[in-house]
Structure formats: structure tokens, C-alpha cells
Design a protein around this ligand. Sequence first.
Ligand code: PHE
Length: 334
Amino acid sequence: MQKYLLELEQKALLELKAAKGAAELDKIRIKYMGKKGLLSTCMRKIREVPPDQRPEVGKLTNIIKKKLTAYIKDARLTNARQPAASPRLDVTLPGREPLWGHAHPITLVIDEVCQILSKMGFMVVEGPNVELDYYNFEALNIPKDHPARDMQDTFYISKNIVLRTHTSPIQARIMETTAPPISIIAPGKVYRKDSDVSHTPMFHQIEGLLVDQDINFGDLKGTLTLFLHQMFGSDTTLRFRPSFFPFTEPSAEVDIQCVICNGKGCRTCSHTGWLEILGAGMVDPALYKFVNYDPDIYSGFAFGMGIERIAMLKYGINDIQLFFKNDMRFLKQF
Ligand code: PHE
């Protein structure tokens, strides 16, 4: 039995020396020291050894077990320090270039819109994402039970607190604290219960508001035309289409000629040749009573646009979800 044990030890050591990689080491460990391993079997067979030899054999088995355990531990450490996959380190190879971060396409479009409109005299401001029902609806001439509340499926935080469904509440907040003349733009996140290829529960808008004396629809048209020509190119054709918003009167939606098919009609523009790009109108005088402006002295216009939509048209992207997946293969391209 002693002889067998010593032979077993030698064999195990030879195998361990020849072993390559952690997996092989583990196989050898199981072969000798696993529950049904060769050493464990010896332990069990001690009963069959003549009683006077038992203590000796038991001791030897334990010693061998300890030795092999220590050896395997050692071999594992060496192994971890020298991964089998790198035969030799070539210090002359150029290093791997780190991935450079850059602004997200949505941020790029927000920056561009803000830059153009800032040059035209609009000041950039912000408002809270978690908004009071009062600013998101009431002060924008959307009382409780008004059907227009259904236009924007709202996330309610509590009875009177919502995730803002548009950036228009910033209009009410600014007018409440500032006397005219004012001209502001307000970019930010907005939230609606909606999710498909053209809708995400969170998206971005930029609001514009200008209030002063003698402001008329011509000023609105001129401002938006200049802006859209800078954004999409000076040969872009626009059209102003009558529309409805509770906080503007009269209201319009502005379309640009489809940038994909140049107005001939394609899938992107639902074969109309036109793409809706923003909502706008003259500030409804009903709003002025909430902020104590005199409607006989002041008038103004407001507009609001979806940033994702502009980014999709500008970069030819057909799935809005791509903006929020953080896939480097997509983001790298901007
Ligand atoms: N808030 C409107 C929307 O989300 C857009 C809008 C803004 C319309 C300002 C008119 C004036 O659809």
C-alpha cells in the first residue's frame, strides 16, 4: 500500500507538471482528489490494511494529499499570471486606441437648434421635468376634462403632479415671472405613454416663445422660415397648415417638403410629399390672464418641435428607438 501511494504521488506530480491551463489542472485534481479519486479511494481502503500498518498508511496518504493540494494551488497561480493565450508579449505592437466619446445625435440637434435661435435673439432657459398639472395644463388653457388632455397620454405622479407632456409649461412659468418683452427657447425631455417605431415614452422638444408689443403672425412666419432654412437648407420649401392647440390662436402646423423624396411622395412622408415638423401659433390671449399680461398691449407667438423627428429627417434614420439603445455601432456614425 505504501509503495502504491508513493507511485501514485510520482504519477500525479508528473501529470501536474505537464498540465496546460486551469482546465487540465482541474481534471487532474478530480482524478486524484475528487470524491471518487484515486487518493480518496486509498483512504477508504485503509480499513483493509493490517491494523499495525494503518497509522503509517493514514499519515502517508494525508501527506501526499497536502503536497498535491499545495502543488495544484501553486500551478494555478502561475497559470493565472501567464495566460496560455499569449505566447509572448510583443512590446513593439501599437496599443489599442481607446474609444472616443462624443455628443449624442439628439444633443447635437438640440445644440444646433439652440445655436441658430440664439443668434436670432432667443435666450435658452429650462424648466422642471416633473411638473404641476397647473403649468402643464391649466395655465395653458387646458382645464380639467378638456378633450385636449387626451391628445397627450399623461404619466401622473399624483393627482396634481405629472411628468410634463410637452415643453409648453415653460411658457407659463416664464411669463409668470418675467414682464415682456421676452423671447426664449426651452429644450428638454418630455414624457407620454406611447411606444412604437415613431414614439418613445420619453423624447425631446424645444419650445419657443416671444411676447412683445405689435407681434403678429408675419413675425412667426418669418422667424420659423429663417430658422428652418438654416436647419434644412435655404432651398427647403415650407407650408403653414391651419391646426389647433388650446394655448395658441390661430394655430398652425408647419411642414417641410419631404427631404427624402423632394416632395414626390414616399413612405417617410406617407406619400403626401410633406413632413410635419413643428406646431406653432399666436399665444392665445386666454393665457395672459394667468400671468397678468395686458392682452390689449401685448401679443406673441409660440412654437414647439420634436427633436427626435428633426434628427431622424436630418440623418435619414427610420427607427426612433435607435436613439435610446446606446448601440455604439449606431452612435459612432455621428
Ligand atoms: N406643445 C405642443 C405639442 O407638444 C407644440 C406647440 C408648442 C404648439 C407651442 C404650439 C405652440 O404638440
